[in-house]
Design a protein around this ligand. Structure first.
Ligand code: HEC
Length: 135
């Protein structure tokens, strides 16, 4: 009896954990960003963190980081041009991230999604107007 109960409990745990993994994307299916979000989860989440798709690929501490840990997009804000540049070029440095993981309309959808959802937990820094002079 004990064994049966333990087995059932373990199975329930597995089901619960499995459900967690497949949820990931927290964006409405009819949102214009949904497609890009799914593509990002499938192709980018191994190396980047972004909570709106459940991605946790960035380093969490210096002690356990690896070379492929990319920037955390909860904090880092990207615009569409930057995202497309990184996708085509393999990050900004072209050294670690593979190039063209997504291409064509898929690349555009990922870039639009990333531009809309990145940087949402970034610290707000007050802007100061400065006047630059070259004289
Ligand atoms: C194999 C790991 C890996 C995968 C997969 C990956 N990246 Fe990267 N990415 C990196 C690393 C490492 C960097 C930082 C180094 C650099 O910029 O060259 C980076 C940098 C970036 C940057 C520049 C960020 C900045 O502000 O410095 C963007 C944007 C980016 N990645 C987007 C994506 C997108 C979109 C995908 C999915 C299509 C993706 N990455 C998939 C590892 C990865």
């Amino acid at each position: 009896m004990k064994v049966a109960v333990t087995t059932i409990l373990l199975l329930l745990c597995a089901v619960a954990l499995g459900a967690c993994g497949s949820q990931g994307v927290q964006i409405a299916k009819r949102s214009p960003y949904y497609r890009g979000a799914v593509l990002f989860r499938d192709h980018c989440s191994g190396c980047h963190t972004l909570s709106s798709v459940g991605a946790q690929g960035s380093a969490t501490s210096i002690a356990n980081r690896v070379k492929t840990n990319g920037p955390n997009f909860n904090i880092r804000k990207e615009n569409v041009e930057q995202a497309l540049y990184a996708i085509r070029n393999g990050g900004f440095s072209g050294a670690i991230m593979p190039e063209n993981i997504v291409v064509g309309p898929n690349a555009k959808d990922v870039a639009a999604f990333l531009a809309a959802y990145s940087g949402r937990s970034a610290q707000k820094v007050p802007a100061t107007n400065i006047t630059l002079s070259t004289k």
